[in-house]
Design a protein around this ligand. Sequence first.
Ligand code: PSU
Ligand code: MN
Length: 308
Amino acid sequence: MDNKSLIISTEVKEGMNMGKAIVALESTVLTHGLPRPQNLQLARDMERAVREGGATPATIGFLDGRLHIGLSETQLERLANEDDPYKVGPRDFARVMTNKACGGTTVAGTMLACKQANIKVFATGGIGGVHRESPFDISADLQALANIPMIVVCAGAKAILDLPATLEYLETMSVPVVGYGTDDFPAFYSRESGLEVTENIDNPKGIVAFAKTHWALGLPSAVLVANPAPEAEAISKSEMEPFIEQANKEAHEQGIHGQAVTPFLLQRINELTGGKSMRANLALLLNNARLAAQIARALNENEHRKVA
Ligand code: PSU
Ligand code: MN
């Protein structure tokens, strides 16, 4: 991308020049995943969590058709309050750019942006995946994880999905799933799904060593780090499942499809749980930002050691 359509903020540029660890943050969670005003608050809190962890946050999103890597306070506020923002996956880059529109980047969209700016660590909530209901719906997040070599920190895949199918797809695409101190693949709101991760690693340095080994094999895929939601806010699988089933059923009955599915389900589940699922969502996002900052610093140390 040319430097008219790709804008790297001063803070991020300075961080890069000073060799600081950078953590990318997505923005679909602001534009489509959370209600106002919690969305803006969360964006600020995540940035703060990354800074407190000794890294530089780079929230990524589109304003007036330009891709911003790092948003100022005013720009963040604008994106969080935009009336009709696009939900921007890789498919939508050309569309949002030619229409000079605003939009939040999904996990896949944020990874594509990171590729342009050479950012290697990214924190999100839950990745998209294979949906439960037909018609056929597989998130572009999986495709991006298959093709863009970075470390992506999440709390598992969103529980609204077909988790076994999502893990199978990740295996097919050679994406290792590292459980952070767990053997059990977390299910977003819940700390466990009953499904296995590829490897259990409980420290950031170990995760970096694992990713470096993976990439040294010439594999182009990401390493997905699955960090269970904090115990205090997590909700058990048995408590969540009836709500998820109901929301999925309603989406199906109402003919919700395409990009609207995930936002519909997240919002409906929040209503059904009386706000409890959103509290879990906010807590796990912050938790992931903290871990991503530690991983980004460990990656930095690893790379500097090699140069020295
Ligand atoms: N995680 C959250 N809230 C969200 C999302 C993830 O806690 O809103 C977003 C991410 O941006 C993810 C997207 O990439 O939902 C997936 O959408 P889809 O299933 O349409 O690919
Ligand atoms: Mn989809």
